[in-house]
Design a protein around this ligand. Structure first.
Ligand SMILES: [Zn+2]
Length: 161
């Protein structure tokens, strides 16, 4: 069974507040607002970790790295990716592809899309052409449309090493 591909889905929402640093997909954006939350609030990497962990049949990020634990405060989300990949390797698996959608009014992702893809590819140990990142606005609807929050959704395909 372990030789069959496995798909996983991760979704993460963070509130946006003025004056917070904005790190998405491991890339720092110049933005008037940034995500708040535990660690650095990088919703893209959090959703990617959950997608990868889910496909591997492992516990989600919030269970593995509780936000009640002060040692995870302001932690770089890249650390979570490294830890998730260690668990994935232990299961005899690797990431085959990742596809992400980021819904946010700001910042605009387009200028840094390639940099995000490159960073995510490095963190999850796959070629850049197997990682995609798409930006969408909230179309003025709900909290995302009002610029109060952003949401990242990622699907991951895993296969045997
Ligand atoms: Zn998160």
């Amino acid at each position: 069974m372990n030789d069959l591909p496995r798909i996983g889905l991760g979704i993460d929402v963070h509130r946006l507040e003025p004056g917070r640093p904005c790190v998405l997909g491991g890339i720092r954006f110049e933005s008037a607002t940034g995500p708040i939350g535990h660690s650095d609030g990088d919703a893209v990497l959090h959703a990617a970790c959950d997608a990868v962990l889910g496909a591997a049949g492992l516990d989600d990020l919030g269970t593995l790295f509780s936000d009640k634990d002060p040692k995870h405060r302001d932690r770089a989300s890249a650390d979570f990716c490294t830890a998730a990949m260690r668990l994935v390797r232990e299961r005899g698996l690797r990431v085959l592809s990742l596809d992400a959608v980021v819904e946010t009014e700001a910042p605009r992702l387009a200028p840094h899309r390639l940099a995000m893809r490159e960073r995510i590819a490095a963190l999850f140990e796959l070629p850049v052409d197997r990682v995609n990142v798409k930006g969408k606005t909230g179309e003025k609807v709900d909290a995302i449309g009002r610029g109060e929050a952003l949401r990242a959704t990622v699907v991951a395909l895993l296969g045997p090493r």
